[in-house]
Design a protein around this ligand. Structure first.
Ligand code: FAD
Ligand code: EGU
Length: 470
């Protein structure tokens, strides 16, 4: 298409979904000059009285911040977040241990999901080439023509077309349905046996009930609770446990008994009555991990964010990965002169391995924490990781550091982690060999009284019997 000026008219990009990734993507495309329209099922959350949706707050880290920075939003969002410099591990006895995320001044941020979403929508609207449409639910679309059908609350339908469709409609994406009908589209989804439930910890005497600049963690193997601070001085506690355990608890007293066993220090902070009520407000919420490939159909459609890769929340990376998707798509647009027929396959090629890597890492961490991470083990492991990093800062970089504080490609972080594990295990082998050699040397220098080591025959027989029968 050529205008009379000789300048090509910018293409029309329709973003389906005005959640976190959709709203940010609208800014990215608008900044490049595309004609952008966003279609969102929900009403405008900036006018809504109650915003329902998943998790109240989220951990924002480097990748997400870098994406916000590219659309000039970093400082604003960071100023509305609460820095978390360390984790605070709560042991069953109520003891608290702080473990820093990194050097002084390195932190992640607790941000309010609804507020972040509102700010991103407002930012998108500042571009004259962007239009937001709420109360538009995508019903279906045609992969052949690109024609989309939206349902309105009054029962009517609306047909829309676009040069590029960007599916940011979340884990249960309607855009992705057309991908599933195509040959050579790979798809897998797994619901984990755990659910999550959010509980609010109110302020005490107008102050935070716990130290605010921490990500509070109660690791108890199968059961786990995490708390992130909010600007209103509350904490949002997220309880993770298997669905069958959620179902076992049916009365307020059973809730208190359960907390008495696993999270006793949280009871007075949440409050007995509030806890009894909060717990039954909503049932446990499901968590799903979704991987698929490719992320595009021809030169017409691409999926990003949870629509392309829902991950379990055990690395705090779902939104951060979705935000990084926007950066990567922009980089590919630059490299290939915004030629969608080249950009879309290239985007799938470069991004799929990284999104799959973070999905795997999050799932791995879920399994690991569930299997054997209690508070002692968590503290021990983080100290070992940090110590090795201090000893060999160039060689050993903790995995969470690469994931949380750098833009190292997720799949490279995984490769590097495997390599480091090998180096560490070899190191341990050397130390073990060293210990044996050192020990032998000491034995030669100070020969022990071996008579003490000689086992009388009858005792020896007992030992052998034990060996044989077990
Ligand atoms: P969504 O936020 O789901 O937005 C999708 C949007 O599309 C919604 O507004 C929806 O209404 C709209 N939509 C859906 N269908 C249609 C349709 N048919 N037509 C039009 N619009 C439609 N990530 C982090 O980075 N850090 C964390 O600490 C973190 N903690 C988490 C804790 C929990 C308990 C959970 C469950 C997730 C957590 N995440 C975290 C992940 C994060 O919530 C998601 O990765 C993120 O919300 C994905 O954004 P999205 O825009 O892709 O999808
Ligand atoms: C889960 C739910 C501690 C918000 C993973 C760490 C999370 C978050 C960790 C939720 C954990 C687990 C990391 C961050 C973060 C840790 C991380 C998990 C934010 C490996 C709102 N995780 N989360 N790892 O290192 O890298 O502190 O709901 F308990 S932030 Cl599960 Cl850094």
């Amino acid at each position: 298409m050529e205008e009379s000026t000789g300048r090509p008219t910018k293409k029309k990009v329709v973003v389906v979904g005005g959640g976190l990734v959709g709203a940010l993507n609208a800014c990215f495309f608008a900044k490049r000059g595309f004609n952008v329209e966003v279609f969102e099922t929900r009403e405008d959350i900036r006018q809504a009285k109650v915003v329902k949706g998943r998790s109240i707050n989220l951990a924002l880290s480097h990748r997400g911040r870098q994406a916000l920075k590219q659309v000039g939003m970093e400082d604003k969002i960071v100023s509305q977040g609460i820095p978390m410099n360390s984790r605070m591990i709560h042991s069953p006895s109520g003891k608290q241990s702080a473990i820093p995320y990194g050097k002084k001044g390195q932190f992640i941020l607790s941000v309010d999901r609804a507020n972040l979403n509102k700010e991103l929508l407002t930012e998108a609207e500042t571009y004259p080439n962007t239009k937001l449409n709420f109360d538009h639910k995508l019903q279906d679309w045609s992969a052949e023509t690109g024609q989309m059908t939206f349902a309105r609350p009054d029962g009517s339908e609306k047909q829309i077309n676009a040069d590029l469709i960007v599916g940011c409609d979340g884990a249960f994406s309607a855009i992705r349905k057309q991908f599933l009908r195509r040959s050579r589209f790979n798809y897998s989804q797994t619901y984990i046996p755990h659910g999550y439930m959010e509980l609010t910890m109110p302020p005490i005497n107008g102050e935070f009930a716990m130290k605010p600049n921490y990500l509070h963690i109660w690791p108890r193997n199968t059961f786990m609770m995490i708390a992130l601070p909010n600007l209103d001085k509350t904490f949002t506690c997220t309880l993770f446990m298997p669905f069958d355990e959620f179902e076992k608890i049916t009365t307020g007293d059973e809730v208190i008994d359960f907390f008495q066993t696993y999270f006793p220090d949280a009871i007075p902070l949440i409050g007995v009555d509030a806890l009894k009520e909060d717990y039954f407000r909503l049932p446990g919420q499901a968590m799903v991990s979704i991987k698929c490939s490719p992320y595009h159909i021809g030169d017409k459609c691409v999926i990003m964010g949870d629509a392309a890769h829902a991950v379990v929340p055990f690395y705090g990376q779902g939104m951060n990965a979705g935000f990084e998707d926007c950066i990567v798509f922009g980089e590919v647009l630059d490299q290939l002169n915004e030629d969608f027929s080249a950009v879309l396959p290239e985007y799938s090629r470069v991004r799929v391995p990284d999104d799959h890597a973070i999905a795997d890492l999050a799932m791995y961490n879920y399994i690991e924490m569930r299997a054997h991470v209690n508070s002692k083990w968590f503290i021990f492991r983080k100290h070992v990781d940090n110590l090795l990093h201090v000893l060999m800062p160039k060689t050993i970089i903790p995995l969470y550091t690469m994931v949380t504080f750098t833009r190292t490609r997720y799949h490279e972080a995984v490769d590097r982690w495997h390599w480091q594990e090998k180096v560490i295990n070899r190191g341990l082998l050397f130390s073990a060999t060293g210990a044996v050699l050192g020990g032998s040397y000491l034995l030669i220098k100070n020969p022990p009284d071996i008579s003490k080591l000689i086992i009388p025959a009858e005792k020896m027989r007992d030992r052998l019997v034990v060996l044989w029968t077990h």
